[in-house]
Write a protein that binds this ligand. Structure first.
Ligand code: BG6
Length: 291
């Protein structure tokens, strides 16, 4: 599988696999992402770790147009294209990957689309942008909307027993540890000032603030998003031992904080492009939030 390595003059780096457009390393200056030592990296299944791209469905498909798709869609398990250009602009280096319908995608998904995934590396930050264009040629009314969900599945390298995610207090969320079908369990209200993952956690927060801090004693990252109204906090705890590609005890080394649009669907008319973006940056002098 081909990987692209971005190197910043100030020492940071990022490694992106064309398979799944998955970012499998971000160093600034030390590693910031968790990838399981037993992750499959030969392009036969999505990588367990890093930053996989989730599109066009989150979790098991619920939309009728997604019925034949695997969990979290096909973007994380497709071979993306790259134009061989590494752009250097100001203090940033970036690349753009693209994905268009292939015969294997078209066999399970009938919609026309063009995806662009832009990865930009700074000295202390990494940004990912997903551009989703509805390339349907239809001019009919009502418009031939492309309906999709999208999410960045960040595996943040962190001591899971000490990590806190803020600010999620008072938000409504679906607890998928109780029911995998979000619609079938009632939403809860988050009471904690800082959300921990000391036990199995799979929470989908809706209409979240869009900016988050993931902190632990002595470290942390901040995530700022555009156009991504929801956020998922996931850590499988011991249930991770059932995953074939999760290293032993791997769940103690990360928290997934995943900004996305996953409650309901984005709707994009023909010819229109939607852009969802996140910027993850290293927090120096991380503050400690108490529950
Ligand atoms: C999270 C979901 O985003 O991804 C969880 O909320 C899911 O329900 C997890 O278990 C991992 O998914 P997968 O398909 O990579 O094992």
């Amino acid at each position: 599988m081909s990987n692209i390595v971005l190197r910043h003059p100030k020492g940071s780096s990022a490694e992106i696999m064309l398979y799944g457009a998955t970012i499998v390393s971000w160093k600034s200056p030390s590693e910031r992402l968790f990838v399981s030592a037993t992750a499959v990296r030969d392009g036969s299944k999505p990588v367990r770790g890093g930053i996989p791209v989730v599109f066009p469905c989150f979790g098991p498909p619920a939309h009728p147009e997604h019925a034949k798709l695997p969990q979290h869609g096909f973007a994380r398990s497709s071979d993306w294209s790259w134009d061989n250009i590494i752009k250097e602009e100001g203090d940033y280096v970036s690349i753009t990957l693209t994905l268009d319908p292939t015969p294997s995608i078209a066999a399970v998904y009938k919609r026309q689309f063009h995806l662009r995934f832009v990865v930009t590396l700074g000295e202390d930050d990494l940004s990912t942008e997903l551009h989703v264009k509805n390339t349907s040629a239809s001019t009919e009314y009502p418009p031939d909307f492309l309906e999709f969900q999208a999410l960045f599945h960040n595996y943040v390298l962190a001591p899971a027993n000490e990590v806190l995610v803020t600010p999620l207090q008072n938000l409504s969320y679906f607890d998928k540890t109780e029911s995998t079908e979000e619609g079938k369990s009632s939403p809860k209200i988050e009471k904690r000032a800082g959300v921990d993952v000391r036990k199995f956690t799979d929470s989908v927060y809706e209409n979240a603030p869009g900016s988050y801090e993931v902190t632990w004693p002595g470290g942390g990252v901040a995530i700022k998003t555009t156009n991504l109204k929801d956020v998922v906090v996931w850590n499988p705890a011991e249930t991770g031992s059932k995953m074939g590609d999760m290293e032993k005890g791997g769940w103690e080394k990360f928290v997934c904080v995943e900004p996305g649009h996953v409650r309901g669907y984005e709707r994009v008319a023909p010819g229109i492009t939607w852009v969802g973006k996140q910027v993850i940056s290293v927090v120096h002098n991380a503050r400690r939030h108490q529950n």
